[in-house]
Ligand binder design. Structure first.
Ligand code: GLN
Ligand code: ZN
Length: 762
């Protein structure tokens, strides 16, 4: 029985990669310094995997920015607009081209925009989307991969296994940049380059290679399935002497099972954490020659593996295939898990004993192999940990479970239908047409951030910190009043992050010191860990909202993060369904909503920017997910009087396929991002005849550019052509925390002026 790993975190246990890249971008270190930093990380990673006893250790899973961008460079898929970078840059051409594609290039009189970035399947990792043209050619351009395999081989010998994104997924995860062709048709031109790459790796001594084809776990068209057939048959015909592992993950193969097991490769990897039931389906169809890699250790969460559960799967596969055809592995690349639990010296020891990060997960893979081969003495410690978690009073709160069991449809429904509520709210607030507001946060200046770090270090007392926050809120309110906004916000100055802020105050959450995972490029996030039943010991935001409300006669909007977003941006429990955890969070938010209302806050916004990204990969599962996600939002929002106005916010606007669910959330007002599409994206709402109120963002907050009043007026007029005017609000696309004050003030002054002009023109 072999063991393998599919990929290891590359940011370094101290986020060295982030620091090195950012210094290189700032021109403070040289390319050789950058390469040296990378070498140290790679060596540390390979060493850790060797020590964990892994047989097939990934190389080329390292990346300075993103593994999909690495593929584009390897294959010469370089959009035309970057040609000047190559001709202008004199040294470090390739790496500077690479970073230009990732981040844009503003230098030497050039101003070239970056490539688009999007979420890697259903993870929070973002990749750089390949851009294809009708006449796209492929050739080996960036030779880095060969050097990396070479150095991996020096340390790992035959264990070094290069990892590439497979040809079909590489095409499918990209985009056509012009009309008149389908990117999947490029497979015929692409495969010969893959053949060349694989043959060169084989000549360098690679015995195994891993081709990732996550798209095999998605809904595929007939043509896409044919592309898989074509690609892997061609590769098999023209490559020999190297074992190809085809890696799938994040969902089951389902209707792609026959296709996948019959592709001419040495081994198939399947994700048995996300989709344990697919083992039976795969075993039923697997041909005699194929080896099976069992992804039994969760690569996307922080919990210790339940060995007994994994062994049941392993034993079933061994029973059918014998040990010689089995490989034990994590479910997917460990890119998505934090690196080393040993570095956490501040966790509750009991909870820590239930956890495993990347390094520990590899150890689990190795132990599972040993147990499967008969060394059952390794089972007992694991059993203890699993048992302690299952029954721990830190996890299980009967009162929370009872409340979940008692939720009724009434709890998830506002007292009256929207038209009744709208009438009452209009009477109560008496807003003009096109009421103006913002999405919640105001600039998180260095001064504000420093307050928090001083408080942490003890350089500021809690009382001093609170006074400073009060000052910031008071200033922001005075300024909003002067500017003439209709619904004010307190500015979220007291919040480090919209999820962390709530997690820190809720029971059932913990925070690690070093549990970083890569989000994109040098950006890392440290998601909270939800380990137990969630409850809310005390009010979380009332103090600040109430203070803010006391400083003005205008309505003050309370500001909360919604249950689905809190779930989606955390590591979650794997011992109960996601929807149960979400409902627990929903009840906590509901109580906060109630408390805000009782404190006199008449408008409450519950942000749900992550609802869409929680969509399952397979269409057949969308309805079920949307159902519980919408219900959780409604549970959080429905305790209030009809005259209390509930807002929600989502900072994206691809709503076409989920508009019914958005409407079912039944928020009185939704604010969304639309400005960059010139209100085009509002069509989803108008075609659906979306009944409730809506604030389509009138300006893009992602850059410091100050929008003119005229352009915002014309966007408002456009919006008024698509939706009833009485339902329209005026606001920016998203919160303003990443902006500076001067542009924020200028933009909002123009926005208020635009609303006034639009009122006259309508
Ligand atoms: N209220 C949050 C803010 O203004 C919303 C952020 C978000 O949508 N991501 O920052
Ligand atoms: Zn937003």
């Amino acid at each position: 029985m072999l063991t393998q790993n599919l990929g290891y975190p590359r940011i370094g246990s101290q986020r060295q990669l982030k620091k090195a890249c950012e210094q290189y971008w700032a021109g403070r270190i040289s390319l050789s310094d950058l390469n040296q930093a990378a070498r140290l990380i790679k060596d540390e990673n390979w060493q850790a995997q060797l020590e964990a006893g892994i047989d097939l250790i990934p190389c080329n899973d390292f990346s300075f920015y993103d593994q999909v961008l690495d593929m584009s460079l390897l294959l010469g898929v370089i959009p035309q607009r970057y040609a000047p970078v190559l001709s202008e840059v004199k040294t470090n051409k390739e790496i500077d081209l690479y970073f230009a594609m990732a981040r844009g290039y503003q230098k030497d009189g050039l101003d070239i925009i970056a490539m688009e970035m999007t979420k890697w399947l259903d993870t929070n990792y973002h990749y750089i989307v390949p851009e294809f043209t009708a006449r796209q050619e492929f050739h080996i351009f960036y030779e880095n991969i060969f050097a990396e395999h070479h150095s991996a081989k020096r340390l790992l010998g035959n264990k070094a296994k290069p990892v590439l994104l497979g040809p079909v997924s590489y095409l499918l995860l990209g985009k056509e940049k012009e009309a008149g062709f389908e990117r999947v048709d490029l497979i015929r031109k692409l495969v010969p380059v893959y053949v060349e790459v694989i043959n060169r790796l084989r000549q360098q001594g690679a015995e195994w290679i891993q081709l990732d084809e996550p798209c095999l776990a998605l809904d595929l068209s007939k043509k896409e399935k044919e592309a898989f057939e074509f690609a892997y048959r061609s590769i098999a015909n023209r490559v020999s002497g190297i074992n190809i592992i085809l890696a799938t993950y994040f969902d089951a193969l389902l209707d792609n099972t026959s296709l996948a097991v019959n592709l001419p490769v040495r081994a198939l990897h399947i994700d048995l954490v996300r989709a344990p039931a697919q083992l039976d389906e795969v075993l039923a169809e697997i041909p005699d020659h194929l080896q099976l890699s069992l992804g039994v250790v969760d690569g996307r969460n922080v919990w210790k593996n339940d060995y007994e559960k994994s062994l049941a799967l392993i034993n079933k596969a061994v029973g059918k295939l014998g040990t010689g055809r089995i490989i034990i592995a994590p479910s997917c690349s460990l890119l998505h898990s934090p690196i080393d639990l040993d570095l956490e010296n501040n966790l509750d020891p009991e909870i820590k004993s239930w956890m495993a990060f990347a390094k520990q997960k590899l150890n689990e893979v190795n132990e599972l192999r040993q147990i499967a081969e008969g060394n059952t003495s390794l089972l007992s410690a694991n059993k203890e940990a699993i048992k302690s978690r299952r029954s721990s009073a830190q996890v299980h709160q009967q009162a929370v479970k009872d409340r979940i069991a008692a939720i009724t449809e009434t709890d998830a429904t506002r007292r009256s239908a929207f038209p009744v509520r709208q009438q009452l709210q209009h009477e109560r607030f008496n807003f003009p047409l096109f009421p103006t507001t913002t999405i919640g946060s105001f600039p998180q200046t260095d001064d504000i951030r420093q307050l928090r770090s001083k408080l942490k270090k003890g350089e500021l007392t809690a009382a001093e910190y609170d006074r400073k926050i009060e000052e910031a809120i008071t200033d922001a309110i005075r300024w909003q009043e002067e500017t003439g906004l209709d619904v004010l916000v307190h500015g979220e100055f007291e919040r480090n992050d919209m999820v962390e802020y709530f997690g820190e105050q809720l029971q059932g959450f913990l925070f690690t010191k070093n549990g970083w995972v890569q989000s994109y490029g040098s950006r890392c996030v440290k998601p909270p860990v939800i380990y137990g039943d969630v409850s809310r010991p005390e009010n979380m935001t009332v103090r600040w909202s109430q203070f803010a409300a006391s400083k003005t006669q205008k309505p003050m909007k309370g500001m909360l993060t919604g249950p689905v977003t809190i779930l989606q941006w955390s590591f979650v429990r794997d011992d109960q369904p996601r929807e149960v955890t979400t409902n627990q969070i929903a009840l906590a938010i509901r109580d906060e909503v109630t408390a805000l209302e009782q404190a006199g806050i008449g408008i409450i916004q519950i942000d749900e920017p992550a609802i869409r990204e929680g969509l399952p990969l397979r269409k057949a599962k969308h309805a079920y997910y949307l159902d519980w996600a919408v219900r959780a939002f409604r549970i959080s929002a429905s305790s209030v009087q009809d005259s209390t106005q509930i807002h929600t916010h989502m900072c994206y606007s691809e709503f076409n396929d989920i508009i019914g669910s958005i409407a079912a959330m039944d928020a009185d007002v939704i604010t969304i991002e639309t400005s960059r599409s010139q209100m085009e994206l509002l069509h989803a709402f108008s075609n659906f005849e979306y009944p409730n109120e809506i604030g389509p963002g009138v300006y893009d907050i992602h850059s410091p550019r100050v929008p003119g009043t005229g352009e915002m007026v014309s966007l408002l007029i456009k919006a008024a052509e698509l939706l009833p005017v009485r339902n329209l609000w005026v606001n920016p696309d998203c919160g303003l925390k990443t902006r500076k004050w001067p542009e924020t003030k200028a933009a909002l002054e123009n926005m208020v002026a635009a609303a006034k002009l639009a009122r006259q023109q309508i």
